[in-house]
Design a protein around this ligand. Structure first.
Ligand SMILES: CC(C)(COP(=O)(O)OP(=O)(O)OC[C@H]1O[C@@H](n2cnc3c(N)ncnc32)[C@H](O)[C@@H]1OP(=O)(O)O)[C@@H](O)C(=O)NCCC(=O)NCCS
Length: 190
């Protein structure tokens, strides 16, 4: 049953209603419920992974205090050809096991695509192998060029992420002959 207070973000009335909220509006109960969903959805999910998902906006499916699907977009800077691009970085895409295989992940990615295309110069995400086909169906492409990261010790190559990093070019005409260099953070850099 749809929550009457939730705006229509999907043309799939059979799916739980979705909403877009900043982290600040989740409240303590919403944050606890979101962490519970992510702990359930992922084989391994830790505090650093959760930290990466906070501070931007969340697309939530279902009630805020009992979500069944989630994807976040946070602002990162990604250097490409000498320019610090405004990057919508997608984190913690997850659907509760009992709701999988019905298109909810795809519906979340449709909203994410609109947020990234409308608010950022480029989108990026690190894809689990099993989820890559979902992202590719929504216009995300594996990044074929060099990958680097800005670290406290300088710029380092991050070849381990090669193939996992996917990008959504929102008009910057990314050129894979040149590197994408992400900003620094704890945990997984991409
Ligand atoms: C990845 C994940 C979010 C996908 O959620 P989902 O709701 O099952 O996604 P969808 O239903 O939109 O699509 C998933 C599959 O179901 C299929 N599907 C879509 N609609 C369907 C429907 N109505 N009926 C049956 N199958 C359907 C799709 O073809 C897709 O198959 P494929 O990806 O193997 O090609 C979910 O599996 C998950 O939470 N995984 C654990 C966390 C994780 O790995 N997140 C990604 C990190 S990068």
């Amino acid at each position: 049953m749809r929550d009457p207070g939730v705006p229509e973000l999907s043309d799939r009335p059979d799916l739980p209603g979705m909403r877009v909220l900043p982290t600040a509006d989740l409240g303590p109960d919403g944050l606890t419920a979101l962490r519970a969903l992510l702990d359930t959805a992922f084989d391994v999910y830790d505090d650093t992974s959760f930290d990466h998902a906070l501070g931007g906006v969340h697309v939530l499916a279902g009630p805020v205090t009992a979500p069944v699907g989630h994807a976040a977009v946070v602002l990162r800077r990604v250097l490409h050809r000498g320019t610090a691009l405004r990057c919508g970085y997608v984190e913690s895409v997850a659907v509760c096991p009992s709701h999988r295989g019905r298109g909810l992940g795809g519906a979340l990615m449709s909203v994410i695509g609109r947020l990234v295309r409308g608010g950022y110069e480029v989108g990026a995400l690190g894809a689990d192998e099993r989820a890559a086909s979902l992202y590719r169906r929504h216009g995300w492409c594996p990044w074929r060029g060099p990958l680097r990261a800005l670290t406290p010790d300088g710029v380092v190559d991050t070849p381990k992420e090669s193939g996992a990093v996917h990008v959504l070019d929102a008009g910057m005409r990314l050129d894979a002959r040149h590197a994408l260099t992400c900003d620094w953070r704890d945990g997984e850099l991409w």
